[in-house]
Design a protein around this ligand. Sequence first.
Ligand SMILES: *[C@@H]1O[C@H](CO)[C@@H](O)[C@H](O)[C@H]1NC(C)=O
Length: 271
Amino acid sequence: MSISWRVITFLLLLILLQLETSRAIWFPWYFHRYGFQPHSSRHSGAVNVAPDGGPGKGSKSNKGGSATCPPGYELKGSKSHSASGRLCDDNPVVMQLARLYVVSPERIVLLLAQPLLAESCDEIADVLEHIRGATTNCILTEDNIYGKLTNGLRYYKSEVCDGGSESSGNRKRCASLNNAHNCLKELRTDMIECEAPPDWYELRNVTKVCQTFNNVLDCYYTRGAMLCGLEAAKQLRSFAADSMKRAMLQSCEVSKRLPKVNDPMLISATT
Ligand SMILES: *[C@@H]1O[C@H](CO)[C@@H](O)[C@H](O)[C@H]1NC(C)=O
């Protein structure tokens, strides 16, 4: 009961933040503003149709009418897209990600808190299979956030669902995360509270993005340590860093310094 209220409060807060910044990608709002026009075709400068939702709303920011990329989506340079093959319609990708509520890098990490990991992994595999189907004969641009989120999700599948890749030496981490799952489930609300404002990873200021990135990691670590112990917290932070990095446009250094947390397991063992 209280958890669902906290989630609802969080969602309302997200919506308020959305109104404030008016550039977050929170799917329903995104559709409302931009309609179902493929993100990729906005990039190629194709004919732009006013979104079905409300032509009055977004038009102020669409100077000139032909540039309808939301902030953070501007085409870098003026590379010719015709040479690089057909651009994907990314709406099928968005729809698949929405099945898992993967709307941000943090939401990939949050999949660790799903009640049943195996069931969740089946759905993740299915989502990735559908995305593969929708993107086999075309390409997503490098700076397509849904392409990035897909990369992060693939990483989740290989590192959590498929036992961790042999080469990356992450088998131990995978085993740790699976072992800690009973506790990580309980960490769900805390993990949601650790999330940054919806559009944080789209900001242009790398310093700020990477600061936020590390704040989120430290929050996972601190909350994780208090509830699940230091070892689980370390693995959670490490996995969150690796998966979120893959889901972001900017590349960030992970801070070497861990926040100081007294191991609650040790405290309870000695008292
Ligand atoms: C980027 O963000 C940092 C930290 O918030 C700030 O100190 C800096 O002035 C910002 N740089 C630019 C170019 O806005």
